[in-house]
Ligand binder design. Structure first.
Ligand SMILES: Cc1ncc(COP(=O)(O)O)c(C=O)c1O
Length: 348
């Protein structure tokens, strides 16, 4: 079709993880939360529905900004809301990276970053993690056309983290802004939020999809210095978050007791999964997220993914060129993880 921009014509588009719409699966492939969201979410959504949906929502999602600001210890002007954190990644790329320019990302990591560069007609440069999932200094190297760097922290698929001190060091040396993608950080021991105050180059994005069990809602937020938020807001859709999602997300972040309880359950099950996979001969990587990356030193793992799927257990099979393959298994409930481990036990 001749009308697409060349950049769009030549790209293939991001392929999300499988979301089967029929049949019953134990779904451990896209890092969703197995537990129901806070009961306050349903009440908040019902209250909005009772008022009706005839009016446009608040364009900046003020209610969420105010509540999240209290929880995070920043001012509301430091927060920008998005239709899932993916949308914030899109906004950041749109705002900073133009045609022919360069975006940097670590490898292996979240494949969407590359797609976002492609949409802009920009190039992307992958800097390989060291084998122990630390980041080499190259990640902060200068580059003529370099306009933005993405760092998922915890990383996917590994679930590993770069320490805030190291992130600051890299950010200070980078000649461009650094987006620290903290989609999974609520499951981790540390985070980079405090760095935002120290450097205008650092932005932190967060998601309500995983830790708050709201993947179906689509809500995320970004924290950066107020003048950065103002600039980013110029490229967002006028009403990027709808009235239902703003109310639901505000209720969710308000319920920190629910978050603490759910987080504790997931971290306990993560340990159970890691030990179980290790006993089956895999080499699971210690995770700070709600999934565990499980390469196997000897066995080909793709057939295991396929056999699990045939038994209606869906995990993610990933094969990274030049790095290796593995199964990325989301931390479900204890019952789901036990079912997955029992099936694998009969296969390896
Ligand atoms: C590293 C990373 N960042 C961001 C996202 C997007 O999350 P959201 O549902 O908030 O768009 C994902 C989703 O899988 C992810 O793995």
């Amino acid at each position: 079709m001749p009308f697409f921009r060349p950049a769009i014509d030549s790209m293939s588009g991001y392929v999300p993880g499988e979301q089967p719409q029929a049949g019953k699966f134990i779904k451990l492939n896209t890092n969703e939360n197995p537990y129901p969201a806070s009961a306050a979410v349903k009440q908040a959504v019902t209250a909005v529905l009772d008022q009706g949906l005839g009016r446009y929502p608040d364009p900046m999602a003020g209610a969420f900004r105010r509540r999240a600001a209290e929880v995070l210890g920043v001012e509301p002007e430091w927060i920008l809301c998005g239709n899932g954190s993916d949308e914030l990644l899109t906004m950041v790329t749109r705002a900073f990276v133009g045609e022919g320019q360069l975006l940097r990302l670590p490898y292996p990591s979240y494949i969407l970053y590359k797609t976002l560069a492609e949409i802009q007609g920009a190039a992307s440069e992958e800097v390989r993690f060291d084998r122990d999932w630390t980041l080499p200094d190259d990640f902060a190297a200068s580059g003529d056309q370099l306009r933005l760097a993405f760092l998922p922290n915890p990383n996917s698929p590994s679930g590993t983290m770069i320490s805030p001190d190291r992130v600051l060091e890299l950010a200070e040396r980078l000649p461009c802004p650094l987006l620290v993608d903290e989609a999974y950080v609520d499951f981790a021991d540390t985070n980079c939020l405090a760095l935002v105050k120290r450097s205008e180059k650092i932005m932190v994005s967060r998601s309500l999809s995983k830790s708050y069990a709201l993947a179906g809602l689509r809500f995320g937020f970004l924290v950066a210095q107020p003048h950065i938020i103002e600039g980013l807001a110029k490229v967002k859709d006028s009403y990027n978050c709808d009235a239902l999602s703003i109310a639901a997300a505000t209720a969710a972040i308000d319920d920190q007791k629910w978050l603490a309880e759910t987080r504790a359950k997931i971290i306990a099950t993560r340990r159970r999964l890691t030990i179980g996979m290790s006993e089956l001969g895999f080499e699971p990587v210690d995770s700070q997220a709600n999934f565990v990356w499980c390469p196997h030193p000897k066995l080909p793992v793709k057939p295991l993914y396929e056999r699990l799927k045939a038994s209606r257990v869906l995990v993610r099979y990933m094969d990274y060129a030049g790095w290796g393959d593995g199964l990325r298994i989301s931390v479900g409930s204890d019952e789901q993880i036990d079912a997955c481990l029992a099936l694998l036990n009969g296969m390896v």
